[in-house]
Design a protein around this ligand. Structure first.
Ligand code: GLP
Length: 251
C-alpha cells in the first residue's frame, strides 16, 4: 500500500483530504473529483467546504463523478445516491450540479428489466469519465465485507461500471436508511468497477471505527484478491488509506 495514515478522528482525516484537494483545485480549477456516499467521507466534504473562499479557492468549475447508485429508486428518492450526493456534497460545497454525475442519472428509477436503458448505462458512464480526462482524486469508503463502491466480494478486479447484485450483508448494513426494513433496500445497483476506480490518479480510502478493522486488515495486509475488492488498492501507485486507531486495530 502506498500510504497508511492513522489519525485521531474523522475531522483530522477530513482536514488531510481537504488540504490535498484544495491544492489540486488551485492548480487545476476544473479538477475531476470522484465522490462517494456513506458516512465515512462526510467530515472530508465538510472540511473541503470550509476551505472554499480561502486564498481564493473557487470550486465553480470542479467536476464530479459518484461511485454508485441503487437500481430502481427514482432520482428524487431521499435515499437514492443521486439525492445523497446532491444533499451532502453538491449543495454544501456549492458545486455546479450540471457538472456532477451519478451512475444512475440516465435511469431515474427504471427497473432492472428495462434492459434498453439499464444495459448501456455502465459503459456510457465510463466513457463520460474518460471524456472528462479521468478522475484526479477518488474518495472511497469501505463496506464491512471489503466492498468499495458496490463492488462486492467476488467482483472482478478489472471490472468497468456495470450492474451488480447487492450482497445480503450490504443490504442489511444499509437497511438503516430504509426504515430498518431490509425488504425496502433495492436488490441491485450500478457501480463503478474496480478497474474504473483503479484508473483514478489518486485514491483516498477512509475508514473509522472497530467495525471496519477486519476489512482494513484484509485490504492492507491480506493478499490481493477479489474476495476483498478493496485489496486492489495495494496495486495502485498512489493510494492513501486514512484510518482511526479503531479501524487500524488489527494492523
Ligand atoms: C455503501 C456504499 C459504499 C460505502 C459503504 C460504507 O455500501 N455503496 O460506497 O463505502 O456503504 O459506508 P459508511 O461509510 O457509511 O460506513
Amino acid at each position: 500500500m502506498a500510504e497508511i495514515i492513522i489519525v485521531r478522528d474523522e475531522e483530522e482525516a477530513g482536514r488531510l483530504y481537504a488540504t490535498c484537494v484544495a491544492k489540486l483545485i488551485r492548480r487545476k480549477p476544473d479538477a475531476v473529483l470522484g465522490l462517494a456516499t456513506g458516512s465515512s467521507p462526510l467530515a472530508a466534504y465538510r472540511a473541503l467546504a470550509g476551505e472554499i473562499g480561502k486564498d481564493g479557492l473557487d470550486v465553480s468549475r470542479v467536476r464530479g463523478f459518484a461511485l454508485d447508485e441503487y437500481i430502481g429508486l427514482p432520482l428524487d428518492h431521499p435515499e437514492s445516491y443521486h439525492s445523497t450526493i446532491h444533499r451532502t456534497v453538491v449543495g454544501p460545497l456549492g458545486l455546479d450540479p450540471a457538472l456532477v454525475h451519478v451512475p444512475g442519472d440516465a435511469l431515474d428509477g427504471a427497473p432492472l428489466s428495462d434492459e434498453a436503458l439499464v444495459a448501456p448505462a455502465g459503459a456510457a458512464y465510463d466513457a463520460a469519465i474518460e471524456a472528462a480526462g479521468g478522475i484526479d482524486v477518488q474518495i472511497l469508503g469501505i463496506g464491512t465485507d471489503g466492498h468499495v463502491g458496490f463492488n462486492e466480494p467476488g467482483s472482478s478486479l478489472a471490472s468497468g461500471t456495470r450492474v451488480k447484485t447487492l450482497a445480503e450483508q450490504t443490504r442489511l448494513d444499509n437497511a438503516r436508511f430504509f426504515d430498518d426494513d431490509v425488504d425496502k433496500v433495492p436488490t441491485h445497483c450500478i457501480t463503478q468497477g474496480i478497474g474504473t476506480i483503479m484508473k483514478a490518479r489518486h485514491l483516498v480510502l477512509l475508514a473509522f471505527g472497530a467495525g471496519k478493522a477486519e476489512a482494513i486488515e484484509e485490504t492492507v495486509e491480506g493478499g490481493v484478491s477479489s474476495f476483498c475488492p478493496a485489496s486492489a488498492l495495494q496495486l495502485h501507485p498512489h493510494a492513501t488509506v486514512i484510518v482511526d486507531e479503531a479501524a487500524a486495530s488489527r494492523l
